[in-house]
Ligand binder design. Structure first.
Ligand code: FAD
Length: 457
């Protein structure tokens, strides 16, 4: 079957596939460097997992008391705070944010820096000449269309474009099993002061009910565990609902909480499998029904809770990871390895939400390795974003080149920002001076330029 593809007459220097966490930063960064940029996004808003999967807050990524992700992340936080959609708590954590506000702010950042946006547009296929991408075919209300650019950035989170272009990839752990997916949701109609007063005596209260964070995971020492056990015994919850339960307040949204759960059924763990994704929405909504009942029945301040929103996007922690010119490993992290071509620094730990049995749940925050010092960090090299076999493509974000363990540490949002920012600048440089060849960009000069723009490198 030969479907007609319309060639879009205009061309761009840089096209970003996927306007998510890394993709927006890539688009802003490339446009700021003077490139003509198009960002294509399948949803009707940008931000990806951070907004449409409702992943709030940003995980802290601090070493020696200093944020490791600066540059455009600082601009995002400044703009969010100005609108009341971002906030800093008494402990100096400046990562609290409102996902709905972030949609607007990220969109403004793209437009203000001169990038163009094409929403409701799904990337379906690469157009190749040898090892070079000349275009990509997208699908939208206009049918199948080919858009062309000098350099492409695959920020789909699943490496959709790279994989279709033949880039080798890894997926899941040694048995191909992925991290658990979650369908996040928001409850409204809450009395957060009363909830906070209840959480205090169980060791999970906050100084200020504006900044609430509470959790329960079986056998991890949460004093909420007996309540969950009771709810399982009475039939309100299922046993698996206690495998991971967590909730956060959001700035500018009094009376609401964002939940980092429920976890999706263990056998549905592949975020790049459309059948898993679809079944995950259904399984997640059933879990949300149970959790809503649990909150109303058992948590003071939540008696009149109602569902404000299901996340439109299933939360995918890990799907496909490209094979790049360098693959980041667990040893790189634990030994705090640095690289001359570094584009990002990380101190967030290995954090695997395993779907295997509870005993194998790893959340490595302590140990003897140099990495666990308070002033430690490791770096991510530019080469981890360069996919083997394609000469004008960059892959920042959660599908950059890393082993299963290493990906679980570098995947958090602020690292995706920094990788995106670096990829965008590199793409602009490649388009402007090197015929689009991303390996011709001088990585040392790239690093110096990023530092000049405020990056902590
Ligand atoms: C449940 C969950 C909880 C998490 N908790 C935290 C946390 O508390 N703090 C934190 O910092 N990080 C957290 N993370 C990790 C973090 O949110 C993600 O790893 C990160 O946001 C991924 O960024 P990305 O740019 O790689 O992908 P995404 O942000 O997912 O962006 C991908 C974008 O590409 C678009 N897209 C995909 N395919 C196509 C296509 N074919 N065509 C066009 N567009 C496409 C998508 O719509 C999306 O906008 C969590 C993740 C999950 C899933």
């Amino acid at each position: 079957m030969n479907l007609p593809v319309t060639l879009v007459e205009r061309t761009w220097d840089v096209i970003v596939a996927g306007g998510g966490t890394a993709g927006v930063f890539a688009g802003v960064s490339a446009a700021r460097a003077g490139a003509r940029v198009l960002v294509t996004e399948s949803f009707g808003s940008v931000g990806g997992s951070g907004t449409n999967a409702q992943v709030t807050p940003l995980m802290r990524n601090v070493s020696s008391g200093v944020n490791l992700n600066r540059g455009l992340t600082d601009e995002l936080k400044r703009r969010m705070n100005e609108r009341g959609d971002g906030a800093t708590d008494a402990g100096g954590n400046d990562n609290w944010f409102n996902p709905e506000g972030m949609k607007y702010v990220l969109e403004r950042m793209l437009l203000d820096h001169g990038a163009e946006l094409l929403y409701h547009t799904h990337v379906v296929a690469p157009v190749m000449e040898g090892e070079r991408l000349t275009g990509m075919v997208v699908h939208n209300k206009g049918g199948l269309q080919e858009v062309r650019a000098s350099v492409f950035i695959d920020a789909t989170g699943d490496a959709d474009l790279a994989v279709a272009a033949g880039v080798p990839f890894l997926a899941g752990d040694e048995d191909g099993i992925h991290q658990a997916m979650s369908l996040r949701f928001t409850l409204a109609g809450l009395d957060l002061s009363r909830l906070n007063a209840f959480l205090g005596p169980v060791g999970q209260g906050s100084l200020d009910p504006v900044f609430i964070h509470f959790w329960m995971v079986w056998e991890k020492g949460s004093k909420l565990e007996p309540l969950f056990r009771q709810a399982v015994e009475e039939g309100t919850l299922e046993e698996r609902d206690g495998d991971y339960f967590q909730a956060f307040s959001m700035p500018g949204r009094p009376g609401e909480l964002s939940f980092n759960c429920p976890r999706i059924r263990a056998d549905l763990n592949d975020g790049a499998d459309p059948w898993h994704l679809s079944a995950a929405q259904i399984d997640g909504r059933e879990g949300i029904e149970r959790l809503l009942r649990f909150c109303r029945l058992h948590l003071p301040g939540c008696e009149t809770a109602y569902l404000a929103a299901y996340a439109p996007m299933v939360g995918v922690r890990e799907s496909r990871r490209i094979r790049g010119d360098y693959t980041l490993t667990l040893d790189d992290i634990l030994e705090c390895r640095t690289f001359p071509d570094a584009v990002c620094r990380n101190h967030y730990p290995v954090d695997i939400h395993t779907v295997r049995n509870r005993e194998r749940l790893q959340h490595t925050t302590t140990g003897d390795a140099p990495y666990f010092r308070k002033d430690a960090f490791h770096e991510i090299p530019y080469r981890a974003m360069l996919p083997v076999g394609v000469s004008n493509l960059l892959v920042p974000g959660r599908s950059a080149s890393a082993t299963f363990e290493a990906q679980s540490a570098i995947r958090v949002q602020q690292n995706c920002h920094s990788m995106g920012e670096a990829a965008g600048l590199a793409a602009a440089l490649a388009a402007q001076g090197h015929g689009g060849e991303v390996r011709a960009v001088d990585p040392l000069a790239l690093r110096e330029q990023l530092k000049g723009l405020g990056a902590n490198l």
